[in-house]
Design a protein around this ligand. Structure first.
Ligand code: NAI
Length: 334
């Protein structure tokens, strides 16, 4: 009996894996290329669909020579190419959009990226409404609400399936702490909550291995503005791409593991969240337990110390405005 159950479960997980088509929109960009490479190396991905307004077939041809089992298809930059890239997708990652140049905030990208995300969201809602969609394009605080509004307007909204990717903030926090303390970053789990830009990024060091770091203003500032270090160093050539690709691939891998039945997979992400709805904030990033349907459970914030309470207050004000801006954009430009 036990053996039969085990075989049954194995058969189930094999068929679940068969369904793991992952599509990248913006696949030829600075993030898209290394992200696609990392997904090609992931044995849980069986089919990789690459779409961009330029260059996706070339990236696909290149990556397809890597000797892992998944198939790779690059799609033409046409509406039918986009539709084919999305049909049957289990997970869609969206790094399509312009990145920052020195001196820009993420909100400065809004005018260009809002319409890119809205149009790609329409294509997702039409061709793969059941897929989990991970928005990387900035400003994430506004692009996730844009995605959600497009889905709501089409009657296919399911809050469990749409994510704003904030994984890079957690990756950075863990690395910065490990540098400071001379520890292994794999052992430094820092919860980062709020949103994904400047003061909306709130690291909760009081809940980490080093609670005293919550009063280290320099470190807190580095986590909030770590992206600026990269923008400055790249000197006009863009923002974080390689570390972002790693963070996006990690988020996709966590979703695939949860889809395959693994329990207890937790990733912080920006989702439709109950935590601050009473203050009119519908989306918030916190630790999220993932399951086969996407969000299984939004975990509570836990205890914050006085420093973190102050950071949270500053976060909520900005975040609310960023969310409203995304919602208003879709209302005015459906
Ligand atoms: P990039 O300019 O190198 O690549 C963007 C790609 O998107 C290009 O290949 C472009 O052709 C493509 N694209 C533009 N419009 C498109 C459309 N309508 N459909 C399909 N593809 C389209 O930019 P990069 O560095 O890859 O950054 C992409 C986005 O990711 C930016 O908005 C950036 O701010 C954001 N980002 C987000 C992070 C996060 O933590 N969530 C971290 C770093 C960057």
């Amino acid at each position: 009996m036990f053996a039969a159950q085990r075989i049954g479960r194995r058969a189930f997980s094999a068929s679940a894996r068969d369904l793991s088509k992952v599509t990248v929109l913006g696949a030829a960009g600075g993030i898209g290329q290394p992200l696609s490479l990392l997904l090609k190396l992931n044995p849980n991905v069986t089919e990789l669909g690459l779409y961009d307004i330029r260059g996706a077939p070339g990236v696909a041809a290149d990556i397809s020579h890597i000797n892992t089992k998944s198939t790779v298809t690059g799609y033409d930059a046409t509406p039918s190419g986009l539709a084919s890239a999305l049909k049957g997708a289990d997970i869609v990652l969206i790094p399509a959009g312009v990145p920052r140049k020195p001196g820009m905030t993420r909100d400065d990208l809004f005018n260009t990226n809002a319409s890119i995300v809205r149009d790609l969201a329409k294509a997702c809602a039409e061709n793969c409404p059941e897929a989990k969609v991970l928005v990387i394009a900035n400003p994430v605080n506004s692009t996730l609400p844009i995605l959600a509004e497009v889905y709501k307007a089409r009657g296919v909204y399911n809050p469990k399936r749409l994510f704003g990717v904030t994984t890079l903030d957690v990756v950075r926090a863990s690395r910065f702490v490990s540098e400071l303390k001379g520890t292994d970053p794999a052992a430094e789990n820092v919860t980062v909550v709020g949103g994904h830009s400047g003061v909306t990024i709130v690291p909760l060091f009081s809940q980490s291995n080093h609670p005293e770091l919550s009063s280290n203003a320099e470190l807190v500032n580095r986590v909030q503005f770590g992206g600026d270090e990269v923008v400055k160093a790249k000197d006009g050539a863009g923002s974080a791409t390689l570390s972002m690709a790693m963070a996006g691939a990690r988020m996709a891998e966590s979703l695939l593991r949860a889809s395959n039945g693994e329990k207890g997979v937790v990733e912080p992400s920006f989702v439709d969240s109950p935590l601050f709805k009473d203050q009119g904030i519908d989306y918030f990033s916190s630790k999220v337990e993932l399951g086969p349907g996407g969000v299984e459970k939004v975990l509570p914030l836990g205890k914050l110390d006085a420093n973190e309470e102050k950071l949270l207050e500053a976060c909520l004000g900005d975040l609310k405005k960023n969310i409203e801006k995304g919602v208003a954009f879709v209302a005015a430009n459906p």
